[in-house]
Design a protein around this ligand. Structure first.
Ligand code: NAG
Ligand code: NAG
Ligand code: NAG
Ligand code: NAG
Ligand code: NAG
Length: 383
């Protein structure tokens, strides 16, 4: 056996307790930039921020924290907040200095040459898959990935259609070091993990999505479709493929669909998990976009989104940001059939679930218990 059982057996229980602790530590650190960062003295708010998104920092102004302290140092987050404050106050002390490239702590540093720590560069060498399924997970979520592989993430779930599944992860903000060994082992076993060296935090989810788009652009640009999904969904790939994407037809181009949000705007109160400060996104409305739990893009559009993202200031809401990318490309989203993508949880019902694409708020562990019934022949549904 290539993968010795002993170290794994010892590592996993230890890591589980570490990871639980880590969640709490991570939340504490992540809270800091909001409490004393954004609205500190000398920070322009509201009308003081001129113009559209373009002024927030063009391609060259990525001004992220560049200090020492690798991605797995928890202090990196505090350092980022400190550097940001330090640079904004120094500009007011000394009025003649040119404004420093300020970056709000909620704005993911970009463009930035994030490196792949785990990669699968050769997966599309032999074949261009019909669908690349990118699933955002946290590094410590071994159990979630395992459940997803056995259920909706199964690459063989649509007979005759080539599906390629990859999990997207960053670096755990506290336990990046110890988790590396576990992830490497999981990656060697399943060959389905991508990891880049950014901190895996809620406000960095945009970096995770862009990592997936970067992988498609570099290593699989001929894929017909790309799906980005979160871990907490019930996803029905056969229905998506057969009913929406229809492999017998030529692949659509410049195509994106999902649950579409129109005429929504950023939440400006810090009390919200989805808080977006004006410095990060000045406009009051978002272009139409597809909700993050699961959306589909044509492969060509995934490549274009990655390219245009290199020229835009990032937003901490990954789904709205993809909408901003489409807007910058002069494109928009396509409506999906009514009820196909469900942002609210629906009670499980085999016949109903077999005629929709996605239901949000299903944890992988729960899907694992439902799956035999969903796949089974016990219930016959009216056609
Ligand atoms: C700004 O202040 C710093 C520190 O006091 C000083 O070294 C620097 O020369 C000043 N820059 C300008 C442009 O006055
Ligand atoms: C994926 O589905 C195929 C076909 O139904 C099945 O044979 C296989 O065991 C499944 N794989 C996993 C990891 O569950
Ligand atoms: C996002 O990741 C970058 C790169 O690792 C890091 O410097 C930054 O602090 C992270 N931002 C948040 C809000 O966690
Ligand atoms: C933001 O608003 C400006 C001014 O109305 C507009 O030109 C620009 O297209 C908007 N950007 C987005 C992403 O909606
Ligand atoms: C199918 O039905 C039989 C008989 O009611 C039951 O024993 C079995 O557990 C069911 N299988 C599934 C997958 O629900």
């Amino acid at each position: 056996m290539r993968f010795p059982l002993l170290p794994r057996a010892l590592l996993l229980p230890a890591l589980l307790s570490l990871a639980l602790l880590g969640v709490r530590v991570q939340q504490r650190f992540a809270g800091e930039p909001f409490t004393d960062g954004p609205d500190g003295p000398g920070v322009p708010d509201g009308p003081a921020v001129p113009g559209g998104p373009g002024v927030l920092g063009g391609p060259g102004v990525s001004g992220g924290p560049r200090g020492p302290g690798g991605p797995d140092v928890p202090g990196a987050i505090r350092a980022a907040a400190f550097q940001w404050q330090a640079s904004s106050s120094s500009s007011s002390v000394n009025g003649t200095a040119k404004p420093p490239p300020t970056r709000h702590p909620l704005q993911p540093p970009y463009p930035y040459p994030y490196r792949f720590l785990l990669n699968e560069p050769h997966k599309c060498r032999e074949r261009a898959p019909f669908l690349v399924l990118l699933v955002a997970t946290e590094p410590a979520d071994t159990a979630g990935r395992s459940a997803i592989r056995q259920t909706w993430g199964n690459e063989s779930s649509v007979p005759g259609v080539s599906v390629l599944r990859l999990f997207l992860t960053g670096v755990h903000p506290v336990f990046g070091g110890p988790l590396r060994r576990v992830l490497e082992e999981e990656s060697a076993l399943h060959c389905d993990i991508l990891q880049q060296d950014f901190l895996d935090t809620y406000h960095n989810l945009t970096l995770k999505t862009l990592m997936g788009m970067e992988w498609v652009s570099r290593h699989c640009p001929d894929a017909a479709y790309v799906v980005k999904a979160d871990r907490d969904v019930f996803l029905n790939l056969p229905y998506l493929v057969r009913r929406l994407l229809q492999p017998q037809l030529p692949p659509k181009r410049d195509f994106m669909t999902g649950y579409i949000y129109r005429d929504t705007g950023p939440l400006r109160s810090k009390a919200y998990k989805w808080y977006v400060p004006r410095q990060v996104y000045p406009n009051d409305t978002y272009p139409p976009y597809c909700g993050g739990p699961a959306y589909v893009l044509s492969g060509d559009l995934a490549v274009k989104v990655y390219a245009v993202a290199q020229t835009l200031p990032l937003l901490n809401m990954e789904d709205s940001f993809v909408g901003v990318c489409l807007h910058a490309l002069g494109l928009s989203v396509t409506s999906s059939p009514w009820g196909a993508f469900n942002m609210h949880r629906l009670p499980y019902d085999k016949c109903r679930f077999s005629k929709l694409v996605m239901v949000h708020h299903y944890q992988p562990e729960e899907v694992l218990t439902l799956w035999p019934h969903f796949q089974g022949a016990n219930v016959t549904c009216p056609r």
